[in-house]
Ligand binder design. Structure first.
Ligand SMILES: [Cu+2]
Length: 70
């Protein structure tokens, strides 16, 4: 299992978090998505060897969010 973590700068509310969670969970091989709205941190567990951090950050950026890799 791989873990990917990054910060989403402008994730401000529960509905942002829900939309991002839904998007990430729709990606192949994603097992769990943990979102900390206070810290604006996202943690993803996946077992898809074809996905790297960029695939996840790009998916979130495509939704209009600003991602910061920490
Ligand atoms: Cu929001």
């Amino acid at each position: 299992m791989e873990e990917v973590k990054f910060e989403v700068k402008n994730m401000e509310c529960k509905s942002c978090a829900n939309a991002i969670e839904k998007k990430l969970k729709s990606m192949a091989g994603v097992k769990a998505v943990d979102i900390n709205l206070q810290k604006k941190m996202i943690s993803i567990q996946h077992d898809n060897p074809n996905l790297c951090q960029d695939n996840f950050t790009c998916a979130v950026e495509d939704m209009g969010y600003k991602v910061q890799v920490v």
